[in-house]
Design a binder for this molecule. Structure first.
Ligand code: PLP
Length: 450
């Protein structure tokens, strides 16, 4: 057995935690997770918590799932790693076939990497190089959306639209054009949803018309802008944006790192509006939360733009050391097989309804500004004043307070600013889902009052 106090001490002494103000963290008692069981996490002191954000949006079938562990174990006896640079390996081939089968039609090539940021970075580089090699040298820009989040590498930060995360890096970033986010609760165009006629789509069209000859691609998170606070797009928004992009002969990059693998109730969010992207970026749910893996899927049209004589150097000069890792690919295959075997999407319908009903009472709390839900993605936006939508002062750390309160109630969640996120594993059962709702409700009520 390890010494618990020593673990906590060393964590504070040696680890720099991501997206964490370490000055605050070092003044707190760390919560050290030791074990996962189904939809629960267990800390080194033996306390059990519902994994209310799926260990950062990745968990599908729960922790300790036998089929997934077996897949890793079995593959580990055979081959743990071999490079994909000029060589093939068995699981990466089998997974590629599976991915092509389950993703929107038209996607026919799979390029692997290991996290969501790189899956987007790859799509950006491919789109740019595609146009360069077609001789359209002036195309160097991307259109993305305010409030968008596509990862933390410099390319994906360049197309990002969350000032809090991205502003400081501005001098390092390449220039992009931004279209307004469909954040209806705080409409960037200061309109009301009932009467706006989706004016943000016209704004997007204006951006595209003005800049179309210098643009490579449009990048967006289809259906839900996740990291910005689970901003759910109005019905029809995605289909229209895609249609306009295609009418202007530009490429469309769908970042489904968060929405992919059943999160929205569809296997991929693009299906909701029958949209066929030129690039599909997937990561978080791809291995069910067991190993890091990502993929960028694209079309024959894009792929063929990279074919040429060796000394024409149209090669895509990009690849990561662990690209196509056999262990990660094996567990991804097992994850996809479980979707079918356990009828995950069919069973999700009841849970989505339960969640919708359960969220109603949150709207009655006096500091809940808006509750947003799409599938098993939920954002509860807390505000100081409901009438004026005035936010809490950042120094009040209201989101933080709520999640610490939730821990006392056996629930682990993580806020996005003042938005409380619920993202349970797809396999969660209805009684655990109810417990998660109760824990979140009581925590918000305790911190903000009725
Ligand atoms: C999480 C996320 C990313 C980044 O993925 P990482 O694995 O954290 O690099 C990119 N896009 C979206 C939409 C995400 O939610």
């Amino acid at each position: 057995m390890h010494n618990k106090d020593l673990l906590k001490k060393w964590d504070k002494r040696y680890i720099w935690h991501p997206f964490t103000q370490m000055k605050d963290y070092m003044g707190m008692e760390p919560l050290v997770i030791e074990k996962g069981e189904g939809c629960y996490l267990i800390d080194i002191d033996g306390n059990r918590y519902i994994d209310g954000v799926s260990s950062l949006w990745v968990l599908v079938h729960g922790h300790g799932k036998k089929e997934l562990i077996d897949a890793i174990e079995k593959q580990s006896q055979i081959l743990c790693h071999s490079t994909l640079l000029g060589l093939a390996n068995v699981p990466s081939v089998l997974l590629a076939k599976k991915l092509i089968d389950i993703t929107p039609r038209g996607l026919s090539k799979v390029f692997y990497s290991d996290n969501g940021s790189t899956s987007v970075e790859i799509a950006l580089k491919m789109a740019y190089q595609y146009w360069q090699q077609k001789g359209e040298k002036e195309r160097k820009r991307f259109i993305s959306f305010t409030n968008g989040y596509h990862g933390d590498t410099i390319g994906s930060v360049s197309i990002g639209g969350i000032d809090l995360f991205h502003k400081v890096y501005k001098p390092l970033l390449f220039k992009t054009y931004k279209a307004p986010s469909p954040y209806c609760y705080r409409c960037p165009l200061k309109l009301e949803r009932k009467a706006c006629g989706m004016a943000c789509i016209e704004a997007f069209e204006k951006v595209i018309k003005t800049h179309r000859d210098e643009v490579c691609a449009v990048v967006m998170e289809p259906v839900v802008q996740g990291a910005a606070g689970m901003i759910v797009q109005p019905d029809g928004f995605l289909a229209k944006i895609w249609k306009i992009t295609k009418e202007n002969d530009l490429l469309f990059i769908a970042d489904e790192v968060a929405t992919g693998f059943g999160r929205t109730g569809h296997m991929f969010a693009c299906e909701k509006e029958q949209m066929k992207p030129d690039f599909l970026c997937i990561a978080k749910g791809i291995t069910g939360g067991y190993l890091p893996l990502a993929a960028t899927l694209t079309t024959d049209e894009v792929f063929s733009g990279f074919l040429g004589r060796f000394d024409e150097f149209k090669t895509f000069f990009h690849g990561h050391t662990y690209t196509g890792n056999p262990l990660a690919c094996s567990v991804a295959i097992a994850n996809i097989e479980l979707f079918k075997k356990e009828k995950v999407l069919e069973k999700l319908k009841g849970k989505i309804t339960l969640l919708r009903k359960g969220l109603k009472r949150f709207c009655e709390l006096s500091h809940v500004g808006e509750v947003r839900q799409e599938g098993l993605m939920v954002g509860i936006e807390l505000v100081k004043n409901r009438k004026t939508k005035k936010p809490f002062p950042p120094g009040e750390k209201i989101g933080q307070k709520v999640i610490f309160e939730a821990r006392k109630r056996g629930v682990i969640i993580r806020p996005l600013g003042d938005v409380i996120v619920l993202m349970p594993p797809l396999a969660i059962n209805e009684s655990t889902l109810q417990e998660l709702l109760d824990g979140a409700y009581e925590s918000i009520k305790t911190v903000t009052g009725d």
